[in-house]
Design a protein. Structure first.
Length: 93
């Protein structure tokens, strides 16, 4: 097993152990829960849920952008390692 796979396996194991602890799930906002459970206004609850989804857009966009850049970089590094190159880029000219 190469070093990269071993590192990813250890990282995945650590993430599972950390996420499995009950303290992680107890981090909900008590004020949000109190406001939402006491409110009978369906429109307020719907707007609150939409607001949460809107707040998720920037981190998800950043994560996806980083993933795409790394995937393209990995693909280009693999093409260089196998010796394939672009036909428009000739060496010696």
């Amino acid at each position: 097993m190469n070093k990269k796979r071993a590192f990813l396996l250890v990282l995945l194991g650590a993430a599972v152990i950390l996420l499995a602890s009950p303290e992680v799930f107890a981090q909900g906002c008590s004020m949000c829960k109190a406001v939402l459970t006491s409110s009978t206004n369906g429109r307020f609850i719907r707007n609150f849920n939409i607001g949460v989804l809107v707040l998720l857009i920037p981190p998800v966009s950043i994560f996806c952008s980083i993933f795409i850049v790394l995937k393209r970089h990995n693909r280009e590094a693999g093409a260089v390692a196998t010796g394939s190159h672009d036909s428009t880029h000739e060496q010696g000219e």
